[in-house]
Design a protein. Sequence first.
Lengths: 833, 105
Amino acid sequence: MKKSHRRGPSPSVPISTLADRAAEALQHERYKEAVELYKLVICQDPRPEWKQALADAYAGRARALAAKGMFKEAAMVLENTLAPDGTLQDPLLYLKCLIRQGQQQQQKAAAYVLQHVGSGRTLPAIEQTSLEELAAALLVSVPQLPAPAGTTPSEQTRWLELAAVAREALATWVNGASAEEMDRQLSRISLRSAFKPARLLLKCLTAGPQDADRTRQLLETIRPGSPFFPFKQAVEAAVIGGSALDAGGWARLAPVQRTFVAETRGLPAEAAELLVRFSEAARIGPGALFAYLLKQPDLPQTEVRSACLNLLPQIPDRLPQFEKSFGPLSKLEQCRIQALAAEARGDWEKAERSWRATAAAIASEGGEQAKLAQGVIFRHLARLAADHSEIEGDGYGLLDDAVIFYLQRSHETDPEHIPTVLELIRLYREGGRHSDWHRVVDDAIQHFPDDSQMLLQATESAVARKAYKKAAGFARRLLQIDPINPGVRRQMIELQVAHARKQVRAKRPDLAAKELSGAAEWDRPDAPSAVLRIARGLVALQTGQEGQAEAWLREGVNLAGGGVAGWFQVALEAELMKSGSRARLRVELARARETPPSKDAVMAIVAVLGRPEAGENKRAVSELLLAMHAWLLQAAAFRWSPAEFQALAEMFARAEAFDLLQEYTRAAHRREPAEPTLRFYEIVARTRGEASRLSISEMDALEQMANAAADRRDFHMANRIQRYMVGDDGARSGRRRSTAALLDELDEGDVDEIMVSMLAEMAGKSGDKLRRLVGDFGRQGAVAHLIEEVRSSSFGRSMPEPMLRELFEAMVAAAAVDDKRRRQRSSARQVLP
Amino acid sequence: MRDAFTVLGVDENADDAEIRRRYLSLVRDFPPDRAPDRFQEYRAAYDALSDERKRLEAKLLHTNEVALSRLSMAALRAASSGSSRATKRTVTALLAEGIMRTATD
């Protein structure tokens, strides 16, 4: 059979083409391919530049291999670049690869480095210094000095002589030579050579601790990247002591450095053994150290107890041994050790129980300190709950609820801790629990009246409740503390503009003008507000102040981006105010549209339509967009980034401009046929935003798209698709809402009806049955089973799935907790606060 | 990452003033321009112990090695500084440690 494919280029490929392909492969870091191509090129024409390029390709390949930890292979690849003078393409990398292969390759590394320094070849300054330092350290430490080789033996001889002198000096010091003898030896090591660090280190060791400043000065000349640096740290700790050798300094040293310090300071055998055991503990585990410590009656027992206590969370089975030696541990310590041990092995249910028991034990101690400690534990449980669903809080098993539950407990025990209050506020707010949000803010502002973060929260809460005067009061107080705060200034301006809008609609432009002149109080000259100027201009038109109105409008338009973007904002504001000058302003907008669209102008319009007030009057927005249709259509073919496209598409969907959405999606599809989100917007445009118009195949496609989005961790898109499919398009994306938040959205009658129907449906589902379901299908399976069952009923069909899921998750979790409590009662071992 | 008590070398029951005093003495010996990494480590440890709640957190939620380090110190203080010599084996191992660290950087 004939081979259909052959490897490599055909012999008829011209050499210039091969060289181009090789250069391209090298440029794009396809080193293996570049090596093969350059080899072919050089076979035909061994030009020096191509030989150099081949060496570069080998070096690149070696770097790639070394990055994967394949040091042996990397060194072998680099050996292909051997030059006639015995040097290689990337000598430093070669040395590192040899060294990382282990002790036996260090002799080879020393031989190579001698060859390299003897060649007279120089590298860029930093690399040269690193290579020479490494050469010196290798030549001092290898068992045998390599024999000289190569073309410039004089340089190699110099290095070998210096290395021999340094080795002799080290041996002399080890053998206990006197200071005079050492001085004689050290004077033979040139301070201009790479062996200088060896001379300085031995000098410091010989001089001892008499002149700590001088010693420190000498040692500081050895830089952190030097191979002599760990030696320097050990000498510093051994000779200077002080903070270099306190508890922190000692813990910072590597085992070999500790051994050096112990030997240099002449420790007695028992003390040296103790230190060796400590060093070993890190390697062989805490059990051996624990056992060793218990057998040391001569050591200070308070310290031994403290050291052993800190080892217990790693070896909780040694608790009885500990208590036998040091007496019984308090309930608090027992529970704390169990909690830390449970965390270490990832047993989160046990960790939760033990931390709660610890908090209960602390509470029984009483006092302020105990309350702070409880607060610390509950905050820790809240953090754990955010990461581990096994932490259940009050037992309902909803992730956010467990976090909130523990934050509430922390807040009760330590009400002065501001970050807890802020976190609770954030969670309530994002979870749609508005009444809790406002309640906590109201309490907090009483408690922390001068805290800028609380004042900001209070302002936002008051704005959300449309309590304008209250919001203004908080904002004024906040600006006294933090006069710049652009966020609160912008918010107050927008609030007063909204108020003025209502007054214009009520045909009270005089009151609106007064309101807006009050809003100008919040404006700062360095960050002027476009919204305020446009509103003032429109109100001035109503009150007949033409000149002033013109000036404010022009200023506002410029601040809003000028041209179409600026006049669009004016036209929208005029619609929202139902201003009498709407027709005249639309003419201005039409004149601005004579300028072709730009990306910036279109995105400025998207930003304007993203503001909350645009949502207040959908009809006005739709009409304006209709007028802008032709102009916006010109921008459909622009090269929008995925983020820009998504913002545009969402804006069109919100404004129900489905024709524009369709055009933009088609144009995007032509540009990026593989973009996964486009099909979704095509479907939204076709169904005109109504999930009830979805065909079966479209529903299947959307399901697949949501799963694919979740797989690529695009949860925003996955949620967006799900919301569209359940017809909950206006719902907040992202975090799961709590049951409480879902119930907030229903009126009392709805809730009663749901509960009655739910109870009727669930009449047969006793706790035992629920537990059996969980046993059969697992928690998630049980929830899915229940949803399926209710959805098949007449009542269930009208219920949104997220709500059913929340309710059934709560029921299943409650049944599980009930079960757990029964088991706990029967064992009567755990104490819950 | 070592615990904050061990990094600063202070007792688990040290108060604000003691921790501050210790931190200032350490950063005087190892200022940021001379020992940036050490300074960062001291700074982070000081931040972790700078108020009562954080100290409680460090004591309750973590274990520490400060007692072990104190035991080592007690043993070391019994010996005079620089009075003896290390073995050839240790010196060679120390150089090998430096060579390996440089190769790993």
